[in-house]
Write a protein that binds this ligand. Structure first.
Ligand code: CTP
Ligand code: MG
Length: 533
């Protein structure tokens, strides 16, 4: 492994926060934060002085998305009320503003012509990944495949700023939902928080109403019980659909910056989908989805255990996207979530394993880690410091190549992938790709995948294993400055060669078959000649 990789690996084992600690800290931070649309040419100093009248500012940054925005975190929540006190409602001539006050503001200059004239635009933080061609070029200047993977991860992973923005959007949606359910919280889950998020990925949000349902400490004395009178519906699913339907309408009608609101209430997990324009990402709001929250925590643990895990997953996800194995449109494609589980499974199967199985994590669990959700056992250790670091020292050069080799030859027709056991198991039903849901064990997380999509994945994996092995044997194209290593795997030509290669290999296997046949004939002839001895 290159020097860079080693340094990052050495971070493993230092005290890391638990998933719940990170969530609580960031959600609280988000409540003290505002989002301000402002002119690109603005004096940062004057801007900060102006806002400081309302309280101390902890941090701020600018970014671009349909205009320039500032994310400003105050040190006290009260500062926001103070800012809101001096904020006007817009006076629009032909339209009418719905008077829902939020923490999303617009700041304008009193005298744009003089105030912006000699002003340079503010520095904006990046909120999206570099173009694939630029990435390929950048990868070529790394000094090993391993460092190519780390470079890709550095370019693609969510930044601190983007993560703050994601928590802020959750908090803004929470403000809307609070109009109905004052005790609710809206929390991010999925790739925004599971350590595998890429800049630009969607924001999965969980409307948590459990605090409302939690029983208060009952009065121990007195002859009575008190309980709320509440509407009753036949199932939790129906309750979720009703809640999401109303919150969806609220977001649509009152949510500043929320556009294209769609209520997808008949999905297995009902959701409201919309685009948060100022943030620049798509949001999926669900409720009653506690298991997914746990699977996000599980992935967070795996992603935090060893730096190779995230590096491999980011590269495999990028590779899959480039070649159309995954898609932004829902359909018969393999999803990022499935690919991540496949990569985790592969890392569990190394000798020695790079990450523990889910059952091993369950064995390390404390009493407070015990979680039974809707009858599913979602127990595993949440304290990262309890998990012994791996003794496996394989480089990512080897792991990437073996990942493709492994899945290029996996018996998908008979085996399923199971990260709870870290072992292949017989498929319980004939879906082309069967990946057991780690918690809802009767579910296949890749049930949507069709044979054709899986075949393409396998063919591309084989082609890529072959390319990396050729380079390893010294047949690399390094000499003529062609993309190499991971960069070579991201070229569109890989997919087209793959189709041609199939034909070539098809012809080759025909040749081998006839060769074997002729050997069989010769052999049986010689057996006859030797009298069968
Ligand atoms: N999930 C699940 N079972 C599925 C699909 C999703 O349990 N069949 C859960 C996972 O916890 C997943 C989360 O829902 O992380 C969000 O799903 P999705 O947005 O599809 O995946 P992400 O992991 O967020 O990846 P992406 O970056 O593609 O959004
Ligand atoms: Mg997602």
């Amino acid at each position: 492994m290159g020097g860079e990789g080693k340094t990052r690996d050495s971070k493993v084992g230092t005290r890391k926060k638990t998933f719940s600690e990170v969530q609580a800290e960031r959600l609280e931070q988000a409540q003290r934060t505002v989002l301000i649309n402002c002119p690109a040419k603005i004096s940062e100093k004057k801007f900060l002085t102006y806002l400081s009248h309302h309280g101390k500012i902890n941090s701020h940054y600018f970014y671009e998305s349909y205009g320039t925005y500032a994310v400003v975190e105050f040190s006290e929540k009260d500062s926001i009320a103070s800012l809101q006190d001096v904020t006007r409602t817009p006076g629009i001539e032909e339209e009418c503003a719905v008077p829902f006050k939020s923490r999303l503001f617009t700041l304008t200059l009193k005298n744009p012509s003089t105030q912006a004239a000699h002003q340079a635009p503010v520095h904006c933080h990046k909120q999206s990944t570099i173009l694939i061609n630029d990435l390929v070029q950048k990868l070529c200047s790394a000094d090993s495949v391993s460092n190519q993977l780390y470079t890709l991860m550095d370019e693609y992973q969510l930044t601190e700023e983007n993560t703050k923005l994601r928590f802020l959007v959750c908090s803004l949606i929470q403000d809307i939902a609070c109009a109905y359910f004052p005790e609710c919280t809206v929390k991010p889950f999925g790739s925004s928080v599971n350590t595998f998020g890429k800049l630009g990925c969607d924001l999965d949000m969980f409307l948590d109403l459990d605090e409302i349902g939690r029983s208060p400490t009952r009065a121990k004395t007195g002859p009575f019980y008190m309980e709320y009178q509440m509407k009753r519906v036949p199932s939790e699913r129906i309750a979720s659909q009703r809640i999401l339907s109303v919150i969806g309408d609220c977001i649509d009608n009152f949510g500043a910056g929320c556009v294209g609101v769609q209520k997808i209430l008949n999905a297995r997990c009902p959701l409201v989908r919309f685009s948060h324009q100022p943030a620049g990402f798509q949001c999926d709001l669900t409720t009653n989805n506690r298991v997914a929250m746990r699977s996000s925590e599980l992935l967070y643990i795996y992603g935090s255990l060893d730096s190779r895990v995230r590096a491999l997953v980011f590269s495999v996800r990028c590779w899959a996207r480039v070649h159309g194995i995954t898609s932004t449109i829902p359909g018969p494609w393999i999803t990022n979530f499935s690919l991540t589980i496949m990569a985790l499974f592969f890392l569990q199967k190394r000798t020695p394993p790079i990450i523990p199985t889910l059952d091993q994590l369950k064995d390390l669990a404390d009493a407070e880690d015990k979680h039974i959700i809707e009858g599913y056992d979602c127990t595993f250790a949440s304290n990262l410091n309890k998990i012994k670091p791996t003794e496996n020292t394989e480089t990512l050069d080897v792991l990437l190549s073996d990942f493709f080799e492994y899945f290029g030859n996996f018996a998908f027709n008979k085996n399923s992938i199971n990260i709870r056991k870290g072992k292949e198991q017989n498929k319980p039903e004939p879906s082309p790709l069967y990946i057991q849901n780690p918690f809802e064990r009767a579910l296949n997380i890749s049930k949507n995948v069709q044979e054709k999509q899986l075949d393409r994945f396998v063919a591309l994996a084989r082609e890529c294993a072959w390319i990396l092995q050729q380079e390893d044997k010294g047949h690399s194209s390094l000499s003529n400055s062609q993309p190499w290593g991971l960069a070579a795997l991201l070229l569109p030509s890989v997919a087209s060669n793959c189709v041609k290669g199939k034909k070539k290999r098809g012809q080759a296997s025909e040749r081998i078959k006839s060769l074997l046949d002729s050997l069989k004939i010769n052999n049986s002839e010689s057996l006859v000649n030797n009298g069968g001895k």
